[in-house]
Design a protein around this ligand. Structure first.
Ligand SMILES: [Mg+2]
Length: 179
């Protein structure tokens, strides 16, 4: 796959569907909704990023190397199973702080494990807000697009707290990356 969305409207006004989606949204098989959505984080929830956490150890925070290695992560099988078992009427939103430049690795990884998803939302180029602020903005975009987040899964306590403040129940997954 290329780095551009086959269906996500690249020219759309960010955050103001209908008629299009922000360019950092990638629909798997065409835009869907309105409907109820379940939001999954990727790193530390669906993917086991423990093997590349060393890039972020104190004194050498190499975020580029950390994200570049994401295509080799093992799957978190318990969460993958849960995803598979969700009711088919629910839309699956993958909302990750990964930058858009690793979309190819991310799509290849999702394909390799045959994971179910509907839309993948990544950090756009030049988007450097804190993860919780970025994800909070996306929650608003989802709602405006008619995709009501009814549940989220997160391993970052700050993102979990944001979901709760935004009125989205959030299951906290303990990855240990934030201790
Ligand atoms: Mg995470």
């Amino acid at each position: 796959m290329t780095g551009t969305s086959p269906q996500g409207g690249a020219a759309a006004d960010p955050g103001s569907p209908p008629g299009g989606c922000p360019a950092n949204w990638c629909w798997r098989a065409g835009q869907r909704g309105p409907g109820r959505a379940v939001v999954f984080d990727i790193d530390g929830v669906l993917s086991d990023a423990a093997g590349r956490q060393h890039y972020l150890e104190r004194g050498r925070r190499d975020w580029d190397a950390f994200f570049d290695a994401c295509g080799d992560d093992p799957l978190v099988t318990e969460i993958a199973r849960l995803l598979e078992l969700l009711d088919r009427s629910l839309l699956v939103v993958l909302l990750t702080g990964r930058p858009l430049r690793v979309r190819p690795q991310t799509l290849a990884w999702l394909e390799r494990y045959g994971l179910r998803w509907d839309v993948l939302v990544m950090r756009d180029r030049g988007e450097y807000q804190r993860a919780a602020a970025f994800k909070e903005a996306v929650v608003g975009q989802l709602r405006r697009a008619g995709l009501e987040p009814v549940l989220a899964f997160e391993d970052d306590p700050r993102n979990r707290d944001m979901f709760h403040r935004a009125g989205v129940p959030c299951v906290y997954i303990h990855s240990g990356y934030y201790e």
